[in-house]
Design a protein around this ligand. Structure first.
Ligand code: LLP
Length: 430
């Protein structure tokens, strides 16, 4: 199987940036999320270089929902990242990590009054998703005696051939304002006293492997930018969103790189803004393509069973990685302590959760395995731990991060006591 360069096999063991997964499992236990900070930083620089070499006025915002660990956010903040934030929690994490407020775009189609208040108080930019939200935000800013900078989220109504649960730019999607109504929305915003429209935003979906779709979205966006310029909106940025996919099937998928992505979209962006006579910043919001391949989820086999199929029952399930169960997503798996052995047997890797759908990998060719062996689930850095739960009352596992020769815990594992930490006795049970 093809591996990214930070994953190597030495003496039969899978290594991440030179660190032996088998040793890490001994030291920290399993299940265990292991992340390479070096890889995340490398990929962030790939984005920066790809954009800057073509259009220096750019800003990469990390989609914080993909991986909300502060250590990850901090590493990216130090390289100059901003963030696409989707909740008050993500807003606070991004600020805590050292990202400046003017590099944070507060997205979301259903913000609460508290979200809007925090956005105004924190001076972040808000991507407004409806006219109702626009007027609410104007009132909140008025009450705070402030002006809030905004963009509108455009629904470009494209056909997006990705999993329907992660396509967002379809006409029927819950996100954004239909593209034809966008000029009217800006006209209305221009009449609001406490709102200043400075940006234009879209995000068409996730795990997109064809850059042509980003080109189509960019074309819609510059066309709208032209209309907005004529009605007097001074666009300081145009945000084309995230969505670049990764090759989850290592040997057969082709995924464009940040370089391929930039080579496709920047010329359309530049030509479009030149036609408007403006020079806004170009913003992008990658999540998955920045962090997914930085991380493996290491899980130990509790037992094997030969029944209808050969099952490998492991200690991580959809409580820790829900993508296979939720999106039928494919993640490569490697036997981390037998990584040099030839595959001989077809296994289905199943988790410990009381659900038939708790399957991490179906019908994979692996070497003969037994209880105690370690399975590494690859490409688990995006929407992995971030979507974990305590379902079946299972404490979440620890996360470690690697930087060069150093390894450090970035989240301790939860304990059984943590399961009840927020539970309270109702008065009649005292
Ligand atoms: N910007 C906005 C406004 C978004 O909603 C998202 C993702 C992104 C950027 C980043 O997209 P990315 O570059 O990561 O594709 N849980 C699903 C993915 C949900 C994506 C939600 N929005 C999964 O595991 O595939």
């Amino acid at each position: 199987m093809k591996l990214p360069h930070h994953l190597t096999i030495k003496k039969g063991h899978l290594h991440i940036n030179g660190h032996d997964c088998v040793d890490l499992a001994e030291k920290y236990g399993t299940p265990l999320y292991i992340t390479s900070e070096d890889r995340i930083c490398e990929q962030f620089r790939n984005y920066q270089n790809a954009l800057s070499s073509r259009y220096p006025k750019n800003q990469v915002l990390f989609a914080a929902k993909a991986n909300g660990n502060l250590a990850v956010l901090r590493a990216l903040a130090q390289l100059g990242a901003g963030a696409d934030i989707f909740s008050s929690g993500e807003l606070c994490l991004a600020l805590d990590a050292g990202m400046p407020a003017d590099k944070l775009l507060f997205n979301g189609s259903s913000k609460t009054p508290d979200d809007l208040q925090l956005a105004v108080k924190s001076d972040v930019i808000v991507s407004v998703d409806s006219l109702d939200e626009l007027y609410q935000l104007d009132a909140v800013a008025k009450a705070a005696g402030k002006t809030v900078k905004i963009a509108f989220r455009v629904n470009p109504a494209l056909k997006i051939p990705t999993h329907p649960k992660i396509a967002t730019g379809l006409a029927s999607s819950k996100f954004g304002i239909p593209h034809k109504e966008i000029p009217t929305a800006y006209k209305k915003a221009l009449t609001c006293k406490y709102v200043k429209p400075i940006g234009l935003h879209c995000h068409i979906g996730s795990q997109i492997l064809d850059v042509e779709l980003f080109a189509q979205a960019a074309e819609v966006m510059v066309r709208i930018a032209k209309e907005l310029t004529t009605i007097g909106v001074n666009l300081e940025f145009i945000d084309l969103g995230g969505g670049l996919g990764i090759p989850y099937h290592h040997d057969t998928d082709f995924a464009p790189t940040p370089e391929d992505y930039a080579a496709k979209i920047v010329p359309i962006f530049k030509e479009g803004i030149e036609a408007c006579g403006i020079t806004p910043e170009l913003w992008v919001e990658p999540g998955r393509s920045l962090v997914a391949d930085s991380t493996v989820l290491l899980t130990r086999i509790n037992s094997t069973k030969s029944a209808h199929k050969q099952f490998a029952n492991v200690d991580a399930g959809f409580n820790l990685l829900i993508r296979p169960a939720m999106y039928d997503a494919y993640h490569e798996v490697i036997v981390a302590n037998k990584a040099d052995k030839s595959p001989t047997t077809t296994y289905t890797v199943t988790g410990p959760i009381c659900e038939s759908g708790d399957i991490l990998a179906i019908d994979r060719q692996l070497p003969k395995i037994a209880a105690g062996d370690l399975i590494a689930v690859l490409d688990a850095g995006a929407y992995g731990f971030a979507m974990s739960s305590q379902y079946n009352s299972r404490p979440r596992c620890p996360e470690v991060i690697i930087k060069g020769s150093l390894v450090g815990l970035m989240r301790r594992g939860e304990t059984i006591e943590d399961l009840t930490i927020n539970m309270t006795r109702p008065p009649w049970q005292q």
